[in-house]
Design a protein around this ligand. Structure first.
Ligand code: NAD
Length: 496
């Protein structure tokens, strides 16, 4: 950071303003926090650390912008959001290199998967709002009934670091498309792309105050946002322990919540499965060093194929190249920070002490050092042990066996989470039966991670509250109203 422009960090050659974005202006806080890259644990930016005052200013700006934005014709709003999508597309490379430096996820996924999807989060919901927010009137006993999706107000959005821009825009896109204004609190471990998004919003013509960013740490900026009486919806993506604090703070506000939380998702492999496919899906779980909420880290394999499956997963996972995520050929990067690193290693060492066997990895990558952790496959963990029940959020998977379909379903559903479940089988009828019985928000059969923005997404149990995607997003981000019009002047219809 240069002395003349202390609020600008140059990250991989891209200039990022590290102040808040409030009411269409950059606002600095006296306090800052240091943003550290997981790749080499070096500081890459000093970022404004907001608190109550900044959150209050942002919510006030968002409320002031709400009347004009919420009453703007949908087509006009959608046109602006399509320009945001184009702005994201024009800056995919900048966003990708900054995000990779900031959160350590692979550059190749950011370039080809994540950032194009960020653009989709705006384009899809811009189109969807135009198509779906105008319901045809219904004729009910001679009266006309009209359902309208009224924008709710200010939407507060709090996001985690593992896919910060993608997860934020998956909420921002529909919230804005439905006519709300937004205040985002990005994760302190990867705060930078939210700031670039503010630049893109400005260039696309999003009116001042419609989109606001308050940077800061969770306990201060995050807590202040969740407790602010001026918000109308609260979206939180993050861990279960934080969610209880967020829910408690929000309770006083009686604000509808949408929670996307952790998981302990199963991968169920039957003996009739295509083994190549099953192994490919299993090894995909090391993507983003396992720091993915949907990952199927809990592998359940039918006894008769367990040996072959385990051997082949280990063989394939052992070929993953670990290293700098800025290199297109790297398969697995570093963990996000030292705290996470120690936590993950703690899980693995305790599992081993309890009797689990590491058939691959089992500890830090000593060769690379830093925050690199070896892809780890654990077998023989005692039933009910922590490694089989708690979310690890790292490059660690367990393999257990099951005897038959009943046993598979029982074990798969034996969790307090319910975000996703993946099933690999060659039997179409079994696929129908078992998928129906799996307790999860998303079930993948012979595939993984495929999802359309029009489909509902969310978790059961401790994995979340509510569903978003398609019309489910608009259900959440609007106050749905039914207006009944008399056909002939001011009559009232008393009977029911
Ligand atoms: P986290 O709960 O530590 O933090 C998430 C966000 O909450 C951050 O922005 C943080 O600053 C903020 N925060 C922290 N304390 C707060 C408080 N008291 N009040 C308000 N905000 C506060 O989670 P993380 O470590 O950043 O992310 C990993 C977790 O996120 C994992 O559990 C993962 O499964 C989950 N996740 C879920 C999904 C999903 O869609 N279900 C997606 C990605 C990640």
């Amino acid at each position: 950071m240069s002395a003349e422009r202390p609020h600008v960090a140059t990250v991989e050659g891209v200039k990022v303003d590290t102040r808040h974005w409030i009411g269409g202006e950059r606002v600095a806080s006296a306090a800052t926090f240091t943003d550290i890259s997981p790749i080499d644990e070096t500081p890459i930016a000093e970022v404004s650390a907001g608190g109550k005052a900044e959150v209050d200013a942002a919510v006030t700006a968002a409320r002031a912008a709400f009347p004009a934005w919420s009453t703007m014709p949908v087509a006009e709003r959608s046109a602006i959001l399509r320009r945001v999508a184009e702005g994201v597309e024009a800056r995919v490379e900048d966003l990708a290199v900054v995000e990779t430096r900031d959160n350590g996820a692979l550059i190749r996924s950011h370039r080809r998967g994540v950032m194009p999807r960020v653009a989709m989060n705006f384009r899809f919901f811009a189109d969807y709002a135009e198509q779906e927010l105008a319901h045809p009137d219904m004729e009910v006993r001679g009266h006309r009934e009209r359902v309208t999706y009224d924008p709710a107000g200010v939407v507060a959005i709090i996001t985690p670091w593992n896919a910060p821009l993608m997860l934020a825009t998956w909420r921002i896109g529909p919230a804005l498309a439905a006519g709300n204004t937004v205040v985002v609190k990005p994760p302190e471990d990867a705060p930078l792309t939210a700031s670039l998004l503010a630049d893109i919003m400005k260039e696309a013509g999003v009116p001042d105050g419609v989109f606001n960013v308050v940077q800061g740490v969770g306990a201060e900026a995050g807590a202040a946002l969740t407790a602010h009486p001026g918000i109308s919806r609260l979206c939180f993506t993050g861990s279960v322990p934080t969610s209880t604090r967020v829910a408690a703070a929000a309770a006083a506000n009686t604000v509808p919540l949408s929670f996307e939380l952790g998981g302990k998702s199963p991968l169920v492999v039957f003996d009739d499965a295509d083994m190549d496919l099953a192994v490919d899906i299993a090894v995909e779980q090391f993507d983003n060093a396992g720091q993915v909420c949907l990952k199927a880290a809990r592998m359940l394999v039918q006894e008769s194929i367990a040996e072959e499956f385990t051997r082949r997963v280990v063989e394939k996972a052992a070929t993953l190249s670990q290293g700098d995520p800025r290199d297109e050929s790297t398969d697995q990067s570093a963990l996000i920070n030292r705290k996470q690193f120690d936590q993950i290693d703690g899980f693995v060492q305790r599992a081993k002490a309890e009797g689990a066997k590491a058939v691959l990895g089992g500890g830090p990558n000593e060769q690379l050092g830093g925050l690199f952790y070896s892809p780890t496959v654990l077998v023989d963990a005692p039933a009910g042990s922590e490694i089989l029940t708690e979310e690890v959020f790292g490059p660690v998977v367990t393999i257990e066996t099951f005897t038959d379909e009943e046993d598979a379903v029982t074990k798969a559903n034996d969790t307090r989470f319910g975000l996703a479940a993946t099933l690999v089988t060659g039997d179409a009828e079994r696929a129908e039966r078992v998928s129906h019985r799996l307790h999860a928000g998303t079930v993948w059969v012979n595939c993984f991670f495929v999802r359309d923005l029009g489909a509902p997404f969310g978790g059961n149990g401790k994995s979340g509250i509510g569903r978003e995607g398609g019309i489910w997003s608009f259900d959440f981000y609007t106050d749905i109203k039914n207006s009944v019009f008399s056909p002939s002047g001011w009559t009232s219809q008393k009977e029911n």
